[in-house]
Write a protein that binds this ligand. Structure first.
Ligand code: URA
Length: 216
Protein backbone atom coordinates (compact mmCIF):
# COMPACT_ATOMS: atom_id res chain seq x y z
CA UNK A 1 0.00 0.00 0.00
CA UNK A 2 1.26 3.51 -0.76
CA UNK A 3 1.66 5.68 2.31
CA UNK A 4 0.63 9.29 1.68
CA UNK A 5 3.71 11.51 2.01
CA UNK A 6 2.14 13.60 4.75
CA UNK A 7 1.73 10.57 7.05
CA UNK A 8 4.97 8.87 6.08
CA UNK A 9 7.14 9.14 9.20
CA UNK A 10 10.22 9.46 6.99
CA UNK A 11 8.85 12.66 5.37
CA UNK A 12 9.27 15.69 7.60
CA UNK A 13 7.23 18.70 6.58
CA UNK A 14 8.71 21.83 8.12
CA UNK A 15 5.57 23.92 8.25
CA UNK A 16 6.68 26.53 10.75
CA UNK A 17 4.94 29.87 9.98
CA UNK A 18 8.26 31.65 9.43
CA UNK A 19 9.31 29.05 6.86
CA UNK A 20 5.92 29.12 5.13
CA UNK A 21 5.81 32.92 4.97
CA UNK A 22 9.29 33.17 3.49
CA UNK A 23 8.55 30.38 1.01
CA UNK A 24 5.42 32.21 -0.21
CA UNK A 25 7.51 35.33 -0.82
CA UNK A 26 10.02 33.26 -2.80
CA UNK A 27 7.33 31.71 -4.99
CA UNK A 28 6.18 35.10 -6.31
CA UNK A 29 7.37 35.50 -9.87
CA UNK A 30 8.44 39.11 -9.30
CA UNK A 31 10.70 38.33 -6.30
CA UNK A 32 14.13 39.77 -7.13
CA UNK A 33 17.22 37.56 -7.34
CA UNK A 34 18.54 39.24 -4.22
CA UNK A 35 15.40 38.66 -2.15
CA UNK A 36 15.01 35.09 -3.47
CA UNK A 37 18.55 34.26 -2.38
CA UNK A 38 18.19 36.01 0.97
CA UNK A 39 14.91 34.23 1.73
CA UNK A 40 16.38 30.84 0.78
CA UNK A 41 19.30 31.55 3.07
CA UNK A 42 16.97 32.39 5.95
CA UNK A 43 14.76 29.34 5.37
CA UNK A 44 17.83 27.12 5.23
CA UNK A 45 18.92 28.28 8.67
CA UNK A 46 15.46 27.46 10.03
CA UNK A 47 15.46 24.07 8.32
CA UNK A 48 18.92 23.31 9.71
CA UNK A 49 17.39 23.63 13.15
CA UNK A 50 14.96 20.78 12.39
CA UNK A 51 17.39 18.59 10.49
CA UNK A 52 19.99 18.68 13.26
CA UNK A 53 17.45 18.03 16.04
CA UNK A 54 18.77 14.49 16.68
CA UNK A 55 22.46 15.25 16.20
CA UNK A 56 24.60 13.34 18.70
CA UNK A 57 26.03 15.40 21.55
CA UNK A 58 28.99 14.77 23.75
CA UNK A 59 29.77 15.72 27.34
CA UNK A 60 32.62 18.20 27.52
CA UNK A 61 34.20 19.65 30.65
CA UNK A 62 34.13 23.46 30.56
CA UNK A 63 34.70 26.23 33.05
CA UNK A 64 32.06 28.87 33.65
CA UNK A 65 33.20 32.02 35.51
CA UNK A 66 32.00 30.27 38.70
CA UNK A 67 32.92 26.58 38.45
CA UNK A 68 33.64 23.65 36.17
CA UNK A 69 30.77 21.73 34.66
CA UNK A 70 30.02 18.98 32.17
CA UNK A 71 28.36 20.64 29.19
CA UNK A 72 26.67 19.28 26.07
CA UNK A 73 28.31 20.04 22.74
CA UNK A 74 27.95 18.82 19.18
CA UNK A 75 30.84 17.79 16.98
CA UNK A 76 30.01 19.83 13.87
CA UNK A 77 32.92 18.26 11.97
CA UNK A 78 31.12 14.92 11.93
CA UNK A 79 28.40 16.49 9.79
CA UNK A 80 28.78 16.82 6.03
CA UNK A 81 26.49 18.99 3.97
CA UNK A 82 26.46 17.65 0.43
CA UNK A 83 25.29 20.21 -2.08
CA UNK A 84 23.86 19.03 -5.37
CA UNK A 85 25.18 21.58 -7.85
CA UNK A 86 24.27 24.12 -8.66
CA UNK A 87 21.06 24.99 -6.82
CA UNK A 88 22.11 23.18 -3.63
CA UNK A 89 24.51 26.07 -2.99
CA UNK A 90 21.50 28.21 -2.13
CA UNK A 91 20.68 25.99 0.85
CA UNK A 92 24.28 25.23 1.81
CA UNK A 93 25.15 28.79 2.83
CA UNK A 94 22.32 29.04 5.36
CA UNK A 95 23.08 25.61 6.81
CA UNK A 96 26.77 26.52 7.24
CA UNK A 97 25.81 29.69 9.08
CA UNK A 98 24.15 27.53 11.73
CA UNK A 99 26.74 24.69 11.75
CA UNK A 100 29.96 26.45 10.73
CA UNK A 101 32.15 23.47 11.63
CA UNK A 102 30.44 21.14 9.17
CA UNK A 103 32.35 19.69 6.25
CA UNK A 104 31.07 20.17 2.71
CA UNK A 105 30.85 17.85 -0.28
CA UNK A 106 29.68 18.64 -3.80
CA UNK A 107 27.98 16.51 -6.40
CA UNK A 108 27.62 17.87 -9.90
CA UNK A 109 24.58 16.42 -11.64
CA UNK A 110 22.74 17.74 -14.61
CA UNK A 111 19.35 16.68 -15.79
CA UNK A 112 19.30 15.33 -19.35
CA UNK A 113 16.48 17.44 -20.83
CA UNK A 114 15.16 14.53 -22.93
CA UNK A 115 15.30 11.62 -20.47
CA UNK A 116 15.16 13.75 -17.27
CA UNK A 117 17.80 11.32 -15.93
CA UNK A 118 20.67 12.60 -13.76
CA UNK A 119 24.18 12.60 -15.27
CA UNK A 120 27.16 13.01 -12.87
CA UNK A 121 29.98 15.41 -13.84
CA UNK A 122 31.58 16.19 -10.46
CA UNK A 123 32.01 14.42 -7.11
CA UNK A 124 34.19 15.67 -4.25
CA UNK A 125 33.71 14.57 -0.63
CA UNK A 126 35.67 14.99 2.61
CA UNK A 127 37.79 12.04 3.79
CA UNK A 128 36.60 9.41 6.28
CA UNK A 129 32.99 9.48 5.20
CA UNK A 130 32.32 6.30 7.24
CA UNK A 131 32.48 8.45 10.38
CA UNK A 132 30.14 11.16 9.15
CA UNK A 133 26.46 11.98 9.04
CA UNK A 134 25.44 13.36 5.66
CA UNK A 135 22.78 15.95 4.88
CA UNK A 136 22.17 16.21 1.14
CA UNK A 137 20.76 19.59 0.06
CA UNK A 138 18.92 20.51 -3.12
CA UNK A 139 16.06 23.06 -3.21
CA UNK A 140 13.81 21.01 -5.51
CA UNK A 141 13.00 17.30 -5.14
CA UNK A 142 11.15 17.08 -8.46
CA UNK A 143 11.46 13.87 -10.52
CA UNK A 144 13.69 12.50 -7.76
CA UNK A 145 16.23 11.23 -10.29
CA UNK A 146 19.07 13.52 -9.14
CA UNK A 147 18.32 12.75 -5.49
CA UNK A 148 18.39 8.99 -6.13
CA UNK A 149 21.64 9.27 -8.12
CA UNK A 150 23.26 11.41 -5.40
CA UNK A 151 22.23 9.14 -2.54
CA UNK A 152 23.21 5.97 -4.46
CA UNK A 153 26.67 7.43 -5.10
CA UNK A 154 27.06 8.59 -1.49
CA UNK A 155 26.10 5.18 -0.11
CA UNK A 156 29.19 3.74 -1.83
CA UNK A 157 31.21 5.70 0.77
CA UNK A 158 29.17 4.16 3.63
CA UNK A 159 28.46 7.26 5.76
CA UNK A 160 26.83 6.73 9.17
CA UNK A 161 23.56 8.27 8.01
CA UNK A 162 22.04 10.23 5.14
CA UNK A 163 19.20 12.78 5.21
CA UNK A 164 17.78 14.67 2.26
CA UNK A 165 16.72 18.31 2.59
CA UNK A 166 14.79 20.26 -0.01
CA UNK A 167 12.67 23.36 -0.05
CA UNK A 168 9.92 22.05 -2.29
CA UNK A 169 8.86 18.61 -3.40
CA UNK A 170 5.87 16.84 -4.93
CA UNK A 171 4.31 13.35 -4.62
CA UNK A 172 6.29 12.03 -7.62
CA UNK A 173 9.67 13.10 -6.23
CA UNK A 174 8.94 11.70 -2.79
CA UNK A 175 7.75 8.38 -4.23
CA UNK A 176 10.88 7.99 -6.38
CA UNK A 177 13.32 8.73 -3.56
CA UNK A 178 11.40 6.71 -0.97
CA UNK A 179 11.25 3.69 -3.32
CA UNK A 180 14.98 3.73 -4.10
CA UNK A 181 16.16 4.73 -0.61
CA UNK A 182 13.49 4.01 2.02
CA UNK A 183 16.06 4.52 4.79
CA UNK A 184 16.69 8.18 3.86
CA UNK A 185 14.41 10.71 5.61
CA UNK A 186 13.20 13.66 3.56
CA UNK A 187 12.83 17.17 5.00
CA UNK A 188 10.80 19.68 2.97
CA UNK A 189 9.08 23.02 3.54
CA UNK A 190 6.20 22.09 1.21
CA UNK A 191 4.80 19.22 -0.84
CA UNK A 192 3.32 20.76 -3.97
CA UNK A 193 0.62 19.33 -6.23
CA UNK A 194 2.46 17.64 -9.12
CA UNK A 195 5.17 17.66 -11.78
CA UNK A 196 4.54 19.07 -15.24
CA UNK A 197 5.69 17.33 -18.44
CA UNK A 198 9.06 19.13 -18.27
CA UNK A 199 9.78 17.88 -14.75
CA UNK A 200 8.93 21.18 -13.04
CA UNK A 201 7.01 21.30 -9.78
CA UNK A 202 3.53 22.89 -9.85
CA UNK A 203 2.71 25.43 -8.53
CA UNK A 204 6.40 25.52 -7.52
CA UNK A 205 8.66 28.51 -7.88
CA UNK A 206 10.24 27.98 -11.31
CA UNK A 207 13.86 27.04 -11.87
CA UNK A 208 15.54 27.34 -8.46
CA UNK A 209 19.07 27.61 -9.90
CA UNK A 210 18.11 30.39 -12.28
CA UNK A 211 16.30 32.27 -9.56
CA UNK A 212 19.18 31.95 -7.07
CA UNK A 213 21.83 33.04 -9.55
CA UNK A 214 19.82 35.43 -11.71
CA UNK A 215 20.41 33.42 -14.89
CA UNK A 216 16.83 33.54 -16.14
N1 URA B 1 14.15 22.04 -10.65
C1 URA B 1 13.77 23.34 -10.47
O1 URA B 1 14.61 24.21 -10.34
N2 URA B 1 12.45 23.61 -10.42
C2 URA B 1 11.50 22.67 -10.54
O2 URA B 1 10.31 23.00 -10.48
C3 URA B 1 11.92 21.34 -10.73
C4 URA B 1 13.25 21.05 -10.77
Amino acid sequence: MNTPATVDPQVHLINHPLVQHKLSLMRKKDASTNSFRTLLNEISMLMAYEVTRDMPMQDVAIETPLETMTAKMIDGKKLVFVSILRAGTGILDGMLTVVPGARVGHIGLYRDPKTLQAVEYYFKMPKEMQERDVVVVDPMLATGNSAVAAVTRLKQLQPKSIKFVCLLTCPEGIATLRKAHPDVPIYAAAIDRQLNEHGYILPGLGDAGDRIFGTL
